[in-house]
Design a protein around this ligand. Structure first.
Ligand SMILES: Cc1ncc(COP(=O)(O)O)c(C=O)c1O
Length: 376
């Protein structure tokens, strides 16, 4: 059997007429960039997440680049983030002129270990950039406490966290991205809410940050051809917004289905001692965007699964503090042992709403077979 890591054609075929019509409307209207569908999508995201303002942009990476500029993470100010994340969580800081300061992650949640953050704060620290990874959010109670105590700005990298909600010790459940000063989402095709190309979103509850981000999206212009800032071309394509408007209507069902798939994995894989399954910490609502296990003999397991037709992915094979481009920050192997170990052990199994139970059972059967072989 072949099991793909992700197959977007299944969802497309299930909703073909609606999606074709949505794209065709854009083609007929000829309004390819920032058309009405983009405004509609921004409003729907604000309503869905509870954010006051939403600014549609061209990708999650561009959303981070704009937000770090708007928050004035510049002039070599320090911003604390995770070394175990996608590249743009930290490259955005380089681009805005700030210095990424890494802290290790929690071995269970894979998110920034918030107990290690306070010791990194000094008079040059301007912000915290928590990254909500794979299936759960960083401890936002601790982020807020430190941000309040040291007057830091918070930018949530919620690229992977659409639909995740944090409750913590407060009574109201808040959507990821809406708790800090600004938050960003990616709509990269594999994401929980995925476009058919690149797209992203910034959310904020602050009107001033909203106005500035809107202008940064169009080269820093406040009025056409009048530039108060040096911004970017980071506009969203109307076709992507038209597709995302359709997909957003089904998002709760898609999130629920991801949970069911995760349960199939938990049921099948629990008790295999060579594997650690994801564990959710803190009072929050997870979304199973990535089902990342920790596995002994990870590379051999991945090769075995591949030989049996099963695609898997490694998020992430190398932590950011050991990337060549960040040599200038002066980190060395051993600085963040949890992140470094994770890079050798994590393996993301296929999970998306349209995957079938048979496919998941086959993946689990092959994992069990691999470890039986290893034991013998
Ligand atoms: C944690 C994280 N941050 C940022 C991004 C960047 O998003 P995009 O691919 O839309 O530029 C991603 C996407 O892979 C991500 O996973």
């Amino acid at each position: 059997m072949e099991v793909k890591f992700f197959d977007p054609t299944r969802e497309y075929n299930n909703n073909k007429d609606k999606l074709d019509n949505a794209v065709s409307e854009v083609l007929k209207a000829g309004n390819f960039i920032m058309g009405n569908q983009v405004k509609e999508f921004e409003k729907s995201i604000a309503d869905y997440t509870g954010a006051k303002y939403a600014i549609a942009v061209s990708s999650g990476s561009d959303a981070l680049a704009l937000a770090t500029d708007v928050l004035e993470f510049n002039n070599n100010k320090e911003v604390i983030t995770s070394p175990f994340t996608f590249f743009s969580s930290a490259s955005c800081l380089y681009h805005s002129g700030a210095k990424p300061v890494f802290v290790d992650v929690d071995k269970d949640t894979f998110n920034m270990d918030m107990n290690l953050v306070e010791e990194k704060i000094n008079k040059n620290t301007a912000g915290i950039l928590p990254v909500h990874l794979f299936s759960q959010m960083t401890d936002m109670d601790k982020v807020n406490t430190l941000a309040g105590k040291y007057n830091l700005k918070v930018l949530e990298d919620a690229a992977e966290a659409f639909g995740m909600k944090w409750q913590g010790t407060n009574s109201d459940l808040k959507h990821s991205g809406t708790i800090g000063d600004m938050g960003i989402f990616s709509f990269f095709p594999t994401k929980t809410l995925g476009a058919y190309g690149d797209a992203g979103m910034i959310v904020t509850n602050n009107e001033e940050l909203y106005d500035k981000a809107k202008s940064y999206r169009v080269h820093g212009a406040t009025k056409k051809y009048h530039h108060d800032y040096i911004g970017y071309n980071a506009r969203m394509d109307t076709i992507q917004a038209a597709i995302l408007n359709i997909k957003l209507k089904n998002i709760d069902k898609a999130i629920e289905k991801r949970k069911i798939v995760a349960e199939w994995y938990y049921e099948q894989l629990i008790g295999i001692i060579q594997i650690t399954l994801p564990s959710i910490k803190g009072n929050q609502l997870p979304v199973y965007y990535v089902f990342n296990i920790k596995a002994k003999k990870r590379d051999e397991l991945q090769a075995f699964l591949k030989k049996n037709g099963i695609q898997t992915t490694i998020y992430y094979p190398r932590p950011l503090h050991l990337q060549k481009c960040f040599d200038y920050l002066g980190y060395k192997p051993g600085d963040f042992p949890v992140s470094e170990n994770l890079c050798n052990e994590v393996l993301a199994l296929p999970i998306y709403p349209e995957i079938t139970e048979n496919e998941v059972l086959y993946v689990c059967e092959k994992i069990k077979e691999f470890f039986r072989i290893q034991i013998i």
